[in-house]
Design a protein around this ligand. Sequence first.
Ligand code: NAD
Ligand code: DAU
Length: 351
Amino acid sequence: MIIVTGGAGFIGSNFIHTWLANSDEPVINLDKLTYAGNPENLSIFQSDSRYTLVRGDIGDRQLVGSLLATHQPRAVINFAAESHVDRSIHGPDEFITTNINGTFHLLESTRGFWDTLNQEAKQNFRFLHVSTDEVYGSLNPDDPPFRETNPYEPNSPYAASKAASDHLVRAWHHTYGLPVLTTNCSNNYGPYHFPEKLIPLVILNALAGKALPIYGDGQQVRDWLYVRDHARAIMRVLERGQVGQTYNIGGNQEKTNLSVVQTICAHLDQLRPKPDQSSYRDQITFVQDRPGHDRRYAIDANKIKHELGWEPEETFESGLKQTIQWYLDNPQWVAHVTSGEYRQWVQKQYG
Ligand code: NAD
Ligand code: DAU
C-alpha cells in the first residue's frame, strides 16, 4: 500500500495510471480537490479495489495521522501543491499554506507514524517528495544544465515555496532520520494537463479560434518531459533511490516557447485543418511578459540515468503528437475543466 497526495492533479493522476498499469499494490489518493484536482482523471479506477480517493488536506494532521495508522503504507509520495507560477504571482498565500506549511504538517504526520514502526518497516519506509527544477533559478544561454549540486536560487513565489518545502524534507531526514527522497523535474506535458499551462492552453485556444498568448519575446527556454516518463522515473526513484538523495529528472528537450507554440500549430494544421486552410500560427499573439520570468531551465539527468538506469522513452515530437491527439479525443474532459473557475482565471490573467 502506498499513499499518494495530490493524485487528482496532472502529474499525480498520470502517476496513478502508470502505477496501476504496472502493479497490484493499492494506492490511496489524498487530495484536497482544489480547482486543479479532478477525480475524472481517474474515473476508470472508480470500481477498482486497488484505488481509493480520500478528499482532504495534507495539512490536516488528524486526517493524515489516522490514514497512516489505518493503512500502514510503505511509502508516501507527495505531489500535492499549488503549481502554477502565474497564480503564485497574483496570490501567493495558498502557495505558502500548501507548499510550505502543508509539507511541514505532512512531514510531521509521517514522522509520527514512522516512529511507531518496527526497525525493519522503518528502514523500508519512504517519503518521496516531488519537486521542480525551478528551485535552481534561471540559466544563461551558455550555462550547463542544472545538476543536483546547483545552489537554490528560486525566483517566483511558487519556486520559493517549493524550495522551502525541499529544505524541510531534507531537514527531516538529517535531523530525525526520516527516509526521504526528493525529485526535481523539468516541465511536464501530456494527458490531463490543466489548460492554464502553456501547452494545453495553446492547444485548446487554437481549436477555439482564440489568441495564442506568448509572454514577452517567446525566447524563454523550457526542458520538456512527457508526463508518463516522469511517472516512471518516480517509480524508479522509489524502488532504487538512495535515502536522503535528490534526483534531477528531465527530458533533454530544450525548446523556446515560440517554437513549442509553432510546433503545436503545425500539428493541428495537419490533424484538424481550418476550413479556410489558414494556419493556426496566425492566432499567435505576443502579450505582456510574466514578472520575473525565468529565461531558461534545463536539467542534467545523468545521475538518475547512471545510478538508477532511467531514461525518457518519448521525444518531444512523439510525446507532443500523443498529447495533441489526446486533447482532440477527449472533448468531454475539456468541456468539464474549462467551465466555472477556469473562465474567471482566464479573464483575470489575459483580460
Ligand atoms: P496540479 O496543480 O495539476 O495538481 C496539484 C494537485 O494537488 C491537485 O489535485 C490539487 O487538488 C492537490 N492539492 C493542492 N493542495 C492540496 C492540499 N493542501 N492537500 C491535498 N491536495 C492538494 O500540479 P501538477 O502539475 O500535477 O504538479 C504536481 C507536483 O509536481 C507539484 O508538487 C509540482 O510542484 C511538481 N512539479 C510539476 C511540474 C509540471 O511541469 N507540472 C514539473 C515538476 C514538478
Ligand atoms: O519547470 C517545472 C515547472 O514547469 C513546474 O514546477 C510548474 O509547476 C509548471 O507549471 C511549469 O512552470 P512554467 O512556468 O515553466 O510552465 P507554464 O506552462 O506556466 O509556462 C511555460 C512557459 O510558457 C513559461 O516560460 C511561460 C510561458 N507562457 C505560459 C503561459 C501560460 C506563455 O508564454 N504564455 C502563456 O499563456
